[in-house]
Design a protein around this ligand. Structure first.
Ligand code: PSV
Ligand code: MN
Ligand code: MN
Length: 397
């Protein structure tokens, strides 16, 4: 652990606090709804029945953490008639509508793919949806459109891998042309699932290549759960940042596949290593424009506490990353002192940053422990009592 005398500790924590204050972490609307595995969804009492109620819950996460001022929507899960009205509702709850996530994976039509489907009618339908998402962004004032495609094949020979890349490029270009000057598209990759043989955007390299071809407003989204076991995600982060192509994170934890568990739960060290590369590559500066989002489902734990815990975990990893003594690290690296360099790095990781975060929250007028404060607030009991009747929102509805 870093051994700091009291005065130095205060100086370090003041500097870090100022940087942590500016952090923004976006929570996903779908985290507040019921979710499960393909075996069972365990419904929870008090879960939102409308998009507005999801916004209310996200506002709680922001109220207790102070760093989660926006909510990502998923269309059509969060379909409403009036999106500018919804943006106003969010504003009155102290929030902003953030990223618009498109959904071209749940209609029967998409069995063989969406924008890469061999059938031009289905490709046109998928493209229409993506363009509609940009209309929604215009109405909500959102900057980012997130694209994830479940497209792929299950069997060798099922479709032409190369033709599917051409179809994908064509659709992406059409969406790109529709973007306003301040809007971006974020292309998310995922190794497999639901397609099991080929996936049309399986990895960061494929996403990167398409984004380069499209232009500056296309960037890659790194979902931390979307890699093969053992993948060095921080290397990908460093590479994309260096190339100016890292646009966003979908944070979550995985033990096996795309588990969507609370970020920092499975491997807090990995989260620290990722955040270190973000800081090192300038991605933590406000003008870098990196969107730090959560993409999680809380299948067995309560949802709002699950989000609060996740936001705090990202904050802890960030605080540790900011603590790395970059001068000492560079000096050790320059002289090839492997042990010293690793020591400097590990020192920051092993530092207990909870006091720093408690101090930050006090400075921000918040309670030191957001989770305990939420639990004391009575909100959880209130929504259970009030949200009776109606149809609870679920993953996919
Ligand atoms: C796909 O697994 C994904 O990570 C995409 O971001 C989707 O939009 C999201 O999950 C849905 O939960
Ligand atoms: Mn994701
Ligand atoms: Mn995922």
């Amino acid at each position: 652990m870093r051994d700091l005398d009291e005065e130095t500790a205060m100086g370090v924590s003041t500097g870090i606090n100022q940087r942590l204050r500016t952090q923004r972490i976006e929570t996903p609307s779908w985290a507040y709804g019921n979710s499960g595995t393909r075996f069972k969804v365990f419904a929870q009492p008090g879960v939102p029945r409308t998009v507005e109620e999801k916004i209310d819950d996200a506002a709680q996460v922001h109220a207790f953490t102070g760093v989660a001022p926006s909510i990502a929507l998923h269309i059509p899960w969060d379909k409403v008639d009036d999106y500018s009205g919804l943006a106003k509702y969010a504003e009155s709850a102290g929030l902003r509508i953030g990223t618009i996530n498109s959904n071209v994976f749940q209609d029967d039509d998409y069995k063989l793919g969406s924008v890469t489907n061999p059938d031009p009618r289905i490709r046109a339908k998928a493209l229409d949806h993506l363009l509609e998402c940009v209309d929604i962004m215009d109405a909500t004032g959102s900057r980012d459109l997130k694209l994830w495609f479940s497209d792929g094949t299950n069997y060798p020979g099922q479709d032409d891998i190369r033709a599917r890349q051409d179809r994908l490029a064509e659709a992406l270009a059409a969406v790109y042309r529709r973007l306003g000057p301040h809007q971006r598209m974020l292309l998310e990759y995922k190794l497999f699932e639901p397609a099991f043989y080929t996936t049309d955007v399986p990895d960061w390299g494929t996403a990167y290549a398409h984004c380069v071809e499209l232009g500056e407003q296309a960037q890659v989204c790194v979902d931390t759960g979307h890699h093969a076991p053992g993948t060095n995600i921080e290397f990908i982060v460093a590479f994309l940042l260096r190339a100016g192509k890292l646009g966003a994170f979908d944070f979550n934890s995985r033990f096996y596949a795309d588990d969507d568990l609370m970020v920092g739960a499975a491997d807090p060290f990995q989260l620290f290593r990722i955040m270190y590369e973000v800081v090192r590559g300038g991605g933590y500066e406000a003008d870098a424009g990196i969107a730090f989002m959560l993409d999680q489902c809380h299948n067995i734990e309560p949802k709002i506490p699950g989000q609060i815990r996740s936001v705090c975990n990202v904050q802890e990893a960030t605080a540790k990353a900011l603590l790395v003594d970059s001068e000492a690290l560079a000096a050790a690296q320059r002289t090839g002192d492997v042990i010293a360099a690793n020591d400097v790095f590990m020192d920051a990781y092993k530092t207990d940053v909870r006091p720093i975060l408690a101090e930050l929250r006090t400075e921000m007028g918040l309670e030191e422990d957001p989770l305990a404060a939420y639990q004391r607030s009575g909100y959880a009991e209130r929504i259970v009592a009030e949200r009776v009747g109606g149809h609870q929102a679920g993953w996919g509805a």
